[in-house]
Design a protein around this ligand. Sequence first.
Ligand SMILES: Nc1ncnc2c1ncn2[C@@H]1O[C@H](COP(=O)(O)OP(=O)(O)OP(=O)(O)O)[C@@H](O)[C@H]1O
Length: 626
Amino acid sequence: MRNRGGTAREQFAARRDIVRLLPRAGRRLVAGLVAVNLVLGCLPVVFTVATAMVLGRVPAAVDAGLDSGAWDSLVTLFGVAAGAFVARQLISPAERAMAELMTRRIDGQVYDELMAASLRSPGLGPLEDQQALDALRTAAREVEFGVQSPGRAATGLLALIARYTELTGSAIAVGVVFSWPAAVALVATVMLFRHGQRGGLRRYAKTRSLLAADQREIDYLRELAGGAAAGKEIRVFGLAGWLRQRLRDTHLRFLEPLWAERRRIYLWPFVWFSVAGLTVTGVVFAVVGATAHEMTLTGFVLTATATLSLLRLAEHYPEADLPTAIGMRAYDSVRRFAEHVDAHEEDSGPVRRQTVPEPVAAIRFEQVGFRYPGHQRMIFDGLDLTILVGRCTAIVGVNGAGKTTLVKLLARLYEPTAGRITLDGVDIRAFPVEEWRARLSVIFQDFVRYESSVADNVGLGAVGFLDDRAGIREVVDSVGLAEVVDRLPRGLDTRLARHLTDGTELSGGQWQRVALARALFALRHGSRVVVLDEPTASLDVRAETGFFEEFAGLAEGATTLLISHRFSTVRHADLIVVLEHGRVTEQGGHEDLLARDGRYAELFRLQADRFVDTPDTVRAVEGAVR
Ligand SMILES: Nc1ncnc2c1ncn2[C@@H]1O[C@H](COP(=O)(O)OP(=O)(O)OP(=O)(O)O)[C@@H](O)[C@H]1O
C-alpha cells in the first residue's frame, strides 16, 4: 500500500497527484476557481489596509471638515473597505458552488474509473481477494458519499490559494509598514503551527485507514439491522439485542482510537500555538509599543490588525486540511484495486483470439488442479472429467465437494492452477472469455433476482435480445409460469421487487422457474451449454418429479451439466459423475452405479430411505411425534 503523508517527498507526491486530478473538472472551472480563490485571498488584505488607512486619516479629515479633500478621500477609503467586505460575502457562496461542481465532476470520473476496474475483471478473483475488497470498499464509500473524496481533496487544494494569498498579503503589510524581520517571524510561527497540525491530521488519517476492517464490519451490521433480507430471522430468533450490542462494541472499537487521536490533534497544537503565538505576538507588540511614537496612526493600526490576521491563519483550515490529508486515500484505493484487477488478469494468461467453434464431441477437464486465490487447500487435484456434447451430465457429491467450483472454472470465473479445460481438444483459454461465456448459460444456486420486470429477469439470459418479447413469452410459458405471470398486475412488465411501486414478489419456486426460463432464453440465442446448479432446490415434490423430463424436452440437443443433491433429479441423466476429494471417484448411468454398489449407491439409498415408509422409519416418526 502506498503510504501517503510520511516524508516531505511523499507529501509532495500526494499534492502532485491531486494536481493531476484537476483537469478532470474542466480547464475553465479550474481557472475560475483559482481566480476566485486569489480574489478571496486578496479581499481581507484590502479590507485590513483600507480600514487602517480610514482610522489613520480620521483626525485630519475631522480637522479639515466635511467639504475637504481629506474627508472625500476618507469616504473613498471607507468605500473600498466596505466594498472588499461585501465582495467577500458575495464571492464566497459562488466559490462554494464552483467547488461543489468540481467535487462532483472529479468524483464522478473517479467512480467511473472504479466501476470500470471492477467490471473489467473477467474473473471473480479480485472480488474475492480480501485486500482488493478492502481497497474497493474504502474507495467506493468515500467517493460515493463525497465526504473525504478525491474531488474534495482537489477543491481543498485550491482553497489553500485563498489562505496563502491572505497570509502573504498580511505579511507584506507588516513588512512594509513595520519590520521585515517581524513579518518573517510571524510567517514562520504560522507555518510551524500549520506543520504540527497537519502532522496530526496525517496521523489521524493513518489511524483511520488502519480501522478499515472495523468500518466494514459496521457497514455489514448496519445492513443486517436495516435490510429486509435478515429481517425475518432477526425477529424470529430475537436477535435485536445481540445485534445492537455487537454494533455498539464494533462502533466503540472503531471510535476509541479515533477519539484519542483527535484529542492529540486538538490539544497539543493548541498548547504549542498558544505558547508560540503569544510569545511572537508579545514580542511584536512590545516592539510596536516601544516604537509607536515613530509610527503613523495608520502604520500602528495596520501592524496590529495584520499581525492578528496572520496569527488567525495559523488555525485549522476545515475546507482544505482534512480533505487533502484524507481525500486522496480513496484515490489510492481506486488505484490499488485496479492494480489487483490487473494482477489477477495477468494470472489468467495472455488473451488469445480464437473463435469458439460449434461443440462437436466433448468438453474435458484434463488433470485440473485448483485452489482459491489466497488459500492453500486444493479443491481439485488432478481432476479428469468429460462432458459429452448434446448429452446431460450430472455431478453429485457431498457439501463442499467442489461442484459449484467446477462450474466457476468452466465459466472461467477462475482459471485452473494446473491442467486445462478443453473444448474438442482446444484449451478454452484460447477463446476470448466473453465469446466463450456467450456459449454458456449458467444458472447458479444463488442466481440473481434482479429488481426489474419479469421480462428483464428472463431476457437478461441473452442481453442482446431483450426486445425478443415473443421469445421471452414462450420460455416463460414453457417453464410453467404462464398463469402466474398472467395474474400479475402488469404481466411480463411487472417488476419483481415488493418495495417498488406496482412491484410484486414471487415464491422461491417461482423464482427458480424464472431462472430456468433465463437459461432457456440464452439457449434460444446462441448458448450451447446449459449449466444448472441445484435447479430443483426450491421446487415442490410434484414439480421436481417432472423437472427432468420437462427440461430435457425443452433443452433438447443442448449439452447440459446438472448439479444436484437430489438423486431423484439426476437419476435420468446420461452420465452421473460422483465428485469426492477433488476428483471423480465414480461415473456411469444410474443403474450402473447402483449395481456397482459404491458411493453413489450408498448416497442414493440414504436419500431414498427418507421417502420410504419402512417399518423402522414409521416407528421412528411415531416415536418422535409422541
Ligand atoms: N470463494 C471461495 N474462496 C475460498 N474457498 C472457497 C470459495 N468458494 C468455495 N470455497 C471452498 O471450496 C470448497 C468447495 O466449495 P463448492 O461451493 O464448490 O462446493 P459444493 O460442492 O458446490 O458445495 P454445496 O453442495 O454445499 O453447494 C469448499 O470447501 C468451500 O469452502
